[in-house]
Each structure stands twice: as structure tokens, then as C-alpha cells.
Design a protein around this ligand. Structure first.
Ligand code: PMP
Length: 382
């Protein structure tokens, strides 16, 4: 038997209630039932995203949501600032370049948070920057960036703040409205516990003004069209109806648990994972105060090949961790505790990691990491 335990930062495990919703008989997307679903979804999405802004759902992956944000706000030649500290910051760079923006770039070491002093200096040097593109949870490094601090820098400026919250929303307590986020992008397959296939984009009143005037070509990803349809509780094109059913089931689970409890659960799982990893003598990639509540990035132990470790964990224990991406390939592995995950999943991750390390000849004391995580859960240790 091979039982898969998915511990990658998306797609994440799907709760049975969500799978069951996916199996419901199909309905017409121009029906009253679908309109009623759209209306309920709008209210539930605003609660979970903690925003009063309109929320648009498109049938695409998270990158489609990112492209939606760029295509609807950036004209060729517009000056934008992109903050890059990992693989998904790079995606903002690629997208803004494709749409012909005049891109100001700020690069930060992978595994470190944004340096807001540097951001401020660049904004001051270029008062014509029209939009800033940032990442809430940089999945490739396990860093949560200080988007509230970034928002504070932008207060009183006309600049739009566009945030990729793809891997953070639903696991990290983040308030886009208080922060001054104009466009927040997320996706179904991470902390929101839905299979891949939906991008979710919230849009502020200030962003709508920019969108109205934007000249960039767009068709499927037109926010103006999506908004017109949303006003009739509909979508411009055939939506992934089953995924919309699934999204409502997942949002219900989150709201039933309570947002505060959901965020606390993620924070607790992350603290336990970090504590266990450190007790095993391994090093975290990011500084602890910026470490993500939804994914823990761990440096490869000396003398151990990450691919060997991941292969053994998967083949023998059915545990799938993520490796490093791009320049971090072979240098880190990542343990996700995101969405439909709880304390026992963390203990499974740590216990299997201990066994795999021993089998690869890396000296750890069996049970020491598990115990450290258990102590965090019982409140005995930070
Ligand atoms: N941004 C972040 C932070 C992500 O983690 C991901 C997916 N790993 C994406 C964007 C891209 O989303 P997708 O793969 O759904 O297009």
C-alpha cells in the first residue's frame, strides 16, 4: 500500500466535504441556482479575504489571477516597481515586462524579507511609479513579507499596491483593506483547500478607476467584463462550476472553524515544525520572525542530498515534501502545513523526517523532533 501524504505548498489535501461538493450533479451556469451560489460566494469570499472590495473569481490557476492584475492595470510604458525575493516575485517581473511596463526592479536575497528602506528610497526617487507588485507569502523561500509596512509607505500616494497572496490567504492573518492593498490575488489550491483551477482577485475602488482607463489588450481576463457579469451574479464565460461548488464548501469550513482559529492553527503548526527542525540540528532558511505560518523552508543538512531525502520520504513513508526552486534547488526542502492540515500532520512530517535522516546516515535522535513539536502543541515550549 502507498498512502500519499501531501505536504507540498499546493496543491494541498482536499477535505472530504470539498471533494463531495465537487461530485454534485452539474447545473447550468446561467441558472438561478448558479446566481444564488455566486451571491453567497461573494459574501463568503469577502469574509475570508477580509475585504469589503469586490472579489472576482476566474477559472484559471493563480498565475492567471496575476496576469489579470497586470493586464488590467499596466499600459505599455507605465512605470511599475516589482519587489523580487523569490520565484514568485520573479513571476511579477516576467508578467509586467510582457505587458510592456517600464519596470523598476528591487531584488532581495532569497530567504530574506523585503528591505523597506530600499523600497522607500526607490519610491522617492521615482514619484511616477504607478503600481507596486509584491508577494505576501513567498512560497519558494518560506518568507512572509511585511506588506503592512509596505502599505504604510504607500499611504497618501496614487500608486496602486498589487499583492500576490496565492499561498498566504486562508492561512495567514492579513487585512488587505487596512493595509491599502488595491488588488489581492489568490488561488484555490493552497490554504483555501480546493483543487487547482480558480484564481480569486479582489479589486479596490481606486484600482477600478485605473482599470477603466487601461489600454492593454485583454479578453478572457478582462476585469471590466467580469464585473459586469458579477453585477448579475454571473461570470462572463463558462466557469468551472464544480470548483465553485468546492470553493463554497471550503469557505464554509473556514468560516465554521472561525478565521481567528484558522490563523492560530497555522501559526501553531509552523512553530511546532520550526522547533522540531531546529532540535534535529537543521537550519531554517528565513529568519524566524519572517518565517511563514504555512510553509517551512529548511536548509539541506550537511552531506545529505535533498533529492535523496525527498525520494526516501515519498517512496517509503508516502510523505511528499517540496524541494527548492531555481537557485534554491538542492539547497532546501519545504514542509507545507497549509489548509487541510493539523497537529498530527506535523507529527507525521517530523517523525518521517527523523527516520529518513537516520537511514541516510545523518545523526539525529529518534523522537527528539517529535517531542519538541509535541511540547509546542502542549504549550510547554515556544
Ligand atoms: N504565487 C505564489 C506565491 C505561489 O505560491 C504560486 C503557486 N505555487 C503562484 C503564484 C502561481 O500559482 P499557479 O501555479 O496556480 O499558477
Amino acid at each position: 500500500m502507498h498512502k500519499l501524504r501531501l505536504m507540498i505548498p499546493g496543491p494541498t489535501p482536499v477535505p472530504p466535504q470539498v471533494s463531495e461538493a465537487m461530485a454534485r450533479p452539474m447545473i447550468g451556469h446561467r441558472s438561478k441556482d448558479f446566481a444564488a451560489l455566486m451571491e453567497r460566494l461573494q459574501s463568503k469570499l469577502r469574509q475570508v479575504l477580509q475585504t469589503e472590495n469586490e472579489v472576482i473569481v476566474t477559472t484559471s490557476s493563480g498565475t492567471g489571477g496575476m496576469e489579470t492584475a497586470v493586464a488590467n492595470t499596466v499600459n505599455p510604458g507605465d512605470k511599475v516597481l516589482v519587489l523580487e525575493a523569490g520565484k514568485f516575485g520573479e513571476r511579477w517581473l516576467e508578467l509586467t515586462r510582457v505587458y510592456g511596463a517600464d519596470v523598476e526592479e528591487l531584488h532581495f536575497e532569497w530567504g530574506r524579507p523585503y528591505d523597506l528602506e530600499a523600497v522607500k528610497a526607490r519610491l522617492d526617487a521615482h514619484p511616477d511609479i504607478k503600481a507596486v507588485f509584491a508577494t505576501l507569502n513567498e512560497t519558494s523561500t518560506g518568507v512572509v513579507h511585511d506588506i503592512a509596512g509596505l502599505g504604510a509607505l504607500l499611504k497618501g500616494r496614487d500608486t496602486l499596491l498589487v499583492v500576490d497572496g496565492v499561498s498566504g490567504i486562508g492561512g495567514i492573518d492579513f487585512n488587505p483593506d487596512e493595509t491599502g492593498v488595491d488588488i489581492l490575488v489568490t488561488a484555490s489550491q493552497k490554504a483555501l483547500m480546493v483543487p487547482p483551477g480558480l484564481a480569486i482577485v479582489s479589486v479596490s475602488a481606486k484600482a477600478w478607476q485605473v482599470i477603466e482607463k487601461c489600454r492593454s489588450p485583454r479578453y478572457y481576463f478582462s476585469l471590466k467584463k467580469a464585473r459586469k457579469s458579477l453585477a448579475k451574479w454571473n461570470t462572463a464565460y463558462t466557469p468551472g462550476v464544480s470548483l465553485f461548488f468546492a470553493l463554497e464548501a471550503a469557505l464554509d469550513l473556514i468560516l465554521d472553524e472561525g478565521l481567528v482559529n484558522v490563523f492560530h492553527r497555522h501559526d501553531l503548526m509552523a512553530r511546532a515544525t520550526r522547533r522540531a527542525v531546529k532540535v534535529l540540528g537543521l537550519e531554517l532558511l528565513p529568519p524566524e520572525e519572517y518565517a511563514s505560518p504555512v510553509v517551512t523552508a529548511v536548509k539541506a543538512p550537511d552531506g545529505i542530498k535533498v533529492d535523496d531525502l525527498r525520494k526516501l520520504l515519498l517512496d517509503k513513508y508516502g510523505v511528499l515534501f517540496a524541494g527548492g526552486q531555481a537557485s534554491l534547488k538542492g539547497k532546501i526542502f519545504r514542509i507545507a502545513h497549509m489548509g487541510y492540515a493539523d497537529r498530527m500532520d506535523v507529527l507525521t512530517a517530523v517523525a518521517s523526517l527523523e527516520m529518513a535522516l537516520v537511514e541516510l546516515g545523518y545523526p539525529v535522535q529518534l523522537g527528539s523532533g517529535v517531542r519538541a513539536a509535541q511540547e509546542v502543541f502542549l504549550g510547554g515550549a515556544e
